[in-house]
Design a protein around this ligand. Structure first.
Ligand code: SF4
Length: 253
């Protein structure tokens, strides 16, 4: 019996030890993986190259700014919310009509849903957007004293508002450093090599690490402008691109 207990103790010790060893190995492996990933990110473009990209883009697009028309943080919030899956040009057409009679929260709270759907018809997903817009207005009134909130956490609580919309509002209406990753920022930043990520959220976090904080908002605009004017999704104009000597994706044919 004593021998059996002793054997069980030894076996127990052995198991505990091997579990510890396995645990340590896993920890080292995961640290190495993180390091490898960090190094990959760091070697995408060097710090000096990132600075060159920033300088070229700001030279090429000195006037890069938000292309949505708005006169208040409320109008900006609505316009960005409506811009999902459509163009800024189309949103501007629609908001031009919408904001004529409903320029602020007070008036927007009086809008009839059918009337709102009629106005929004051209922006796509108009029924969902109309519903969200009305719910958003009610929440602004009930939870935020009728004001557009100025933090990411509060903004993303609003119906139809995700991180992208919230970041655009923070950066343009509240002058806070933020990188809103839309389809253009995602595509262009990954092509150039400012980041190497597979999803929008990781791209945002990675760009925040790669770019100087005081450049977040302006880079958001210049990357969008580059995506709309040169680095098209289908046929980017690589041969005439000022970034071609730095771009990791060059040439895309
Ligand atoms: S070289 Fe081509 S892929 Fe790279 S940023 Fe310019 S247009 Fe885009």
């Amino acid at each position: 019996m004593a021998t059996r207990i002793y054997f069980v103790k030894i076996a127990g010790c052995f198991n505990a030890k091997s579990v510890m060893i396995q645990f340590k190995e896993m920890k080292v492996k995961s640290l190495m993986e993180t390091k490898r990933r960090d190094n990959e990110i760091m070697t995408i473009l060097s710090k000096a190259e990132v600075e060159k990209v920033i300088s070229i883009l700001s030279e090429v697009y000195p006037l890069a700014d938000c292309e949505l028309d708005y006169k208040s943080s409320f109008q900006l919030l609505i316009a960005v919310m409506l811009s999902a899956q459509t163009t800024d040009k189309m949103v501007n057409k629609v908001t031009d009509e919408l904001f004529k009679d409903y320029p602020d929260l007070e008036t927007m709270l009086t809008i009839d849903e059918d009337e709102l759907q009629r106005i929004l018809k051209k922006v796509g997903m108009y029924k969902t957007k109309a519903k969200n817009l009305m719910a958003l207005c009610r929440m602004l009134q009930s939870d935020f004293n009728g004001e557009v909130p100025g933090t990411l956490e509060e903004l993303v609580r609003l119906p139809g508002v995700g991180r992208k919309t919230a970041n655009v509002v923070l950066s343009n209406a509240f002058d806070q450093p933020a990188i809103a990753v839309d389809t253009h920022v995602f595509r262009v930043a990954n092509r150039i090599g400012l980041t190497c990520e597979k999803d929008v959220y990781k791209t945002e976090i990675s760009l925040m690490a790669q770019l100087p904080k005081n450049q977040w908002s302006s880079m958001h605009h210049t990357l969008i402008w580059h995506g709309r004017r040169q680095c098209y999704a289908r046929k980017p104009l690589c041969e005439t691109c000022r970034l071609k000597s730095l771009c990791k994706a060059y040439p895309i044919t």
